[in-house]
Design a protein around this ligand. Structure first.
Ligand code: MG
Length: 297
């Protein structure tokens, strides 16, 4: 058993998703985000209302976010405008300061980093509302993973160079220049292999997670604990070697090392996070080398 040999702190870093992970679904933000995305598609992109539910499902499923999917199938729009439309009208007043979570985080002397697909304005606003703005070493957000911020078609050359072959198969289907993803999946033997690629980097893609780890300077994924409400993000995280905590569910799923009904259950569910702290304080050599001494003996 690994318990027989205490080797200092088990984790070097805690990586947290933000939305629906650091606050519960009951705030209603997620519902509101979905509604705003659908309104954006109708009002700004002129998509037929009857197609919206199917389209949203397919894009979310195949591209990680609806936004990434919209770009992939040929819609062009300004990322900032999209984000401010989708996040600008959220019921932020439902996010209340969370002193319980704040003190839990403060009691853990381990690096803490936010990793969200959302934009920076939203991440900062939400963290401020929760009273957690100074609890994290950094925020990895949409702009971090998608630093080339221009989104007009003429700038795609830059995007392609940065991300590598992003426009290969985005050949338009039909006169609109928009790939008909609903029609694609209506074919009897359709699969995802023929889909156009997206220029947007986001979870759950493994390369997005690896990129985030690089930016956060995390070289030991197995010593990093990744907190997420999304099962598929958990599973991607597991594939890149992270230890994982599914938040918002009491039952673990494949790929999840832990499950927490609420982030508030952290201490009960993963007490070793705090035990490691004691060991660190006593025996950490400061050399960065794993400390072999067991102080509990
Ligand atoms: Mg989330």
């Amino acid at each position: 058993m690994e318990y027989s040999q205490v080797q200092g702190p088990k984790y070097d870093c805690l990586l947290f998703d933000l939305d629906d992970t650091l606050y519960p679904l009951s705030t209603g933000l997620a519902t509101s985000v979905l509604k705003n995305i659908q309104d954006y598609m109708v009002e700004k992109l002129g998509i037929e209302e009857s197609k919206i539910p199917d389209l949203c499902n397919l894009l979310y499923k195949n591209y990680g976010t609806t936004m990434a999917g919209l770009r992939a199938i040929g819609y062009d729009f300004d990322y900032d405008e999209y984000h401010s439309f989708v996040h600008g009208r959220l019921p932020y007043e439902n996010l209340k300061p969370d002193p319980v979570l704040r003190s839990l985080l403060a009691s853990l002397p381990i690096r803490k980093v936010i990793f969200t697909n959302a934009d920076k304005v939203h991440a900062i606003k939400a963290l401020n509302r929760l009273g957690l703005e100074d609890c994290f070493e950094g925020i990895i957000c949409f702009e971090t993973l998608n630093p080339i911020h221009k989104s007009t078609a003429s700038d795609d050359e830059d995007d392609a160079e940065f991300l590598g072959s992003t426009r290969s198969s985005s050949a338009p289907n039909g006169s609109s220049g928009i790939f008909d993803i609903i029609g694609h999946f209506a074919q009897p033997d359709a699969d995802a292999s023929g889909l156009p690629k997206t220029p947007i980097v986001c979870k759950p893609s493994e390369s997005a997670i690896e990129m985030a780890l690089g930016i956060a300077n995390i070289n030991t994924p197995h010593r990093t604990l990744f907190f997420e409400d999304s099962v598929r993000n958990i599973q991607s995280g597991k594939r890149v070697g992270l230890d994982t905590v599914l938040v918002g569910k009491s039952q673990r799923v494949k790929g999840a090392d832990y499950a927490l009904e609420s982030i508030h259950n952290l201490r009960e569910a993963i007490p070793e996070l705090w035990e490691a702290d004691k060991i660190t304080n006593v025996s950490y050599s400061g050399s960065g080398v794993t400390v072999e001494t067991s102080v509990t003996a």
